[in-house]
Each structure stands twice: as C-alpha cells, then as structure tokens.
Design a binder for this molecule. Structure first.
Ligand code: B16
Ligand code: MG
Length: 215
C-alpha cells in the first residue's frame, strides 16, 4: 500500500537539465574548453559541487583551491538562475500535472526529493508548490544521491514508512538512493539505463496511462 509519492525534479517533472547544461557550458567556455552532450549525461542528478568536479576533470583542471571551486560554482549558479527566469508552467514535462492531480485526488501524500538547491524556486516558477506536502532538496540533504538521505528526509517529514513510498526518478544515482532506503521505484526514461528500477516508463504521461486503476 503506497502512502507517499516522492518526485525527483529535474528530468521527472521538468527538464531543467538543458539550463544546467547551458550554464556549465558557459563556465567551461570561460575556462577555455568545451562540454559535449555526452559530458552532460554525467552531470545529471549529481549535486552542484560533484558536477563541478566532473567539469573540471573534463577540462583537465586539477589543483584548484576550495575557494576557487566555490567561486566557480557560484558563477555557474548565477548563470543557471538567469536561465531559469524563462521557466513557466509550459515547461512541465508531459503527464506531470495529471500525475500530481491523480495522487492528490487519492489522498496520497506528495513530496519532492531533489538534489537541487534551487528546487523551491523552480516549483514556484512552475506554479506547483501547493501540491507538495513535503519538500526535501539540496538545501536539506547533506549527502548526494546515491545516498538515500534526500528521500528519507521527505518520508520522515510525512511520517510515512520507507516501504510505503513510491519514488519517481530519472537518474541511476536516484534509483539507487531510493532502493537503498527500501522504497519502491519508478524509473522515468530509458529502461536500458534505469534497469535497476522496479518498473520504468518513458514519461509520467505513460505512467498515468498504464496505472489508471492503481493510481
Ligand atoms: P543545483 P534533481 C539535480 O536535480 C540536477 O539533475 C543536477 O544536474 C544538478 O547538478 C543538481 O540538481 C543540483 O542543482 O545546482 O540547482 O543545486 O534531478 O535531483 O532534481
Ligand atoms: Mg533528476
């Protein structure tokens, strides 16, 4: 019996990864190298500082001080915030609103479990903050996915046992995090990549279509 649905943000409810990518590309350009689409796959779902480490490794930049790294992360984040000023309800991924409405109708708790420190701002821009009974994000969880902390915080806020939570995730790290917490998992994306998930659908729209009665 599922009592809570916990949603990852980027890649599940909205595609902010294009904006993260654009901001990382700007930073790489400023540092004198180029990032490719393939590099971007490695940046999805990981925390800001872990993503920076990956970017620096790609650019062959080692030996930066902690202060320099924090400054670069800050530059990237400012660019990202500029980019997401374009975000509105039309950027919700297909099926997202329908899925939130279905869970709300069934009185199943809704929570966010995102690595992003900008998650609240994104929810506001999408005008969906009111759906969430709990918001667990990068400002609360210290350990990044695949550590289960971000999902456990969401479940603890709701007072729901972990095995009664259903997590929607688009990243391998996120699926591993939810499974480690003992939660049920729905992969959103390519099932060849997310084969660890209990079940995978291409989008939330497909999930809703296939689970009309179970929802
Ligand atoms: P921020 P999610 C993740 O969001 C993104 O997928 C990842 O690319 C980003 O580095 C991370 O949030 C941190 O974001 O810089 O805004 O704190 O998929 O966990 O919702
Ligand atoms: Mg994600």
């Amino acid at each position: 019996m599922i009592k809570a649905a916990i949603f990852d943000l980027d890649g599940v409810l909205v595609n902010t990864s294009n904006f993260h990518y654009a901001a990382w590309r700007d930073l790489a350009g400023h540092l004198g190298f180029t990032l490719t689409d393939e590099h971007n796959e490695r940046l999805k779902g990981v925390s800001r500082m872990s993503a920076l480490e990956i970017v620096l490794e790609i650019g062959g930049l080692s030996n930066l001080t902690c202060e320099e790294k924090l400054r670069l992360a800050e530059i990237k984040n400012k660019r990202y915030i500029d980019y997401i000023s374009q975000l509105d309800e039309s950027c919700l991924l297909e099926g997202a609103l329908e899925c939130l409405n279905k869970f709300k109708e069934r009185k199943i708790f809704i929570a966010l479990g995102s690595a992003s420190k900008n998650a609240r701002m994104v929810l506001e821009r999408l005008k969906i903050t009111g759906y969430f009974n709990a918001i667990s994000d990068g400002t609360r969880a210290i350990r990044a996915k695949p550590d289960p902390e971000v999902f456990k915080i969401a479940a603890d806020d709701l007072g729901v046992p972990y095995d009664q939570c259903l997590v929607f995730e688009d990243s391998i790290a996120g699926i591993m995090a939810a499974k480690t917490a003992g939660m049920k998992t729905v992969g959103i994306g390519d099932e060849r990549i997310l084969h660890m998930a209990d079940i995978t659908y291409k989008s939330l729209k497909e999930y809703v279509l296939n689970n009309q009665n179970a929802l």
